[in-house]
Design a protein around this ligand. Sequence first.
Ligand SMILES: [Zn+2]
Length: 209
Amino acid sequence: MILETFPVGLLQCNCTLLGDETTGEAMVIDPGDNTPQILARIASHRLTLKQIVVTHAHIDHVGGALKLKQQTGAPILLNQQDLPLLEMMDMQAGWLGVQTPEVAPPDASAEDHLVVGLENYPAQVLHTPGHTPGSICLHFAPQKLLIAGDTLFAGSIGRTDLPGGDFKTIIRSIHDRLLPLPEDTRVIPGHGSVTTIGEERESNPFLQA
Ligand SMILES: [Zn+2]
């Protein structure tokens, strides 16, 4: 398994490239920006991009998705409850003072329990609303790996003061869907350093009873 996480764009969103060297297939999660860099990484492993998954429709996570699709033909998956945010891309660009990236509706909705990913590395979609209504995490159970988007961070949680955000909802999502995962599950958050479910269960100040 090829697994590379690297920050892209102004807000340093963690973009993840997952590849299977036996089939030559790859998926990319949260291509927020720097599409040429993402394409170069895919090419350097001689992989073919099969799928793009976006954990939520904030500009720093979705900004490069359409470009990546146009260059590779890979479909984009995003939970449909984030479509209103996708339509607010002008406003989101205004928050950051950047140019509005071109976006388009996803090819399919990343619904709760949907299985996404690669043939040999499937992941289950966990719908974890709160940071945004359509926020999702991807759980690769055999690899004990969670791609958490902006729902859970090392020592923190996603902000809930942007349109569609809700504090009680994100707390419930984390308690109901993420904390029950095995404690040695590696968590790759949408920003910042890697952590584990056990570490966050133990010491994340937002998650203590
Ligand atoms: Zn976000």
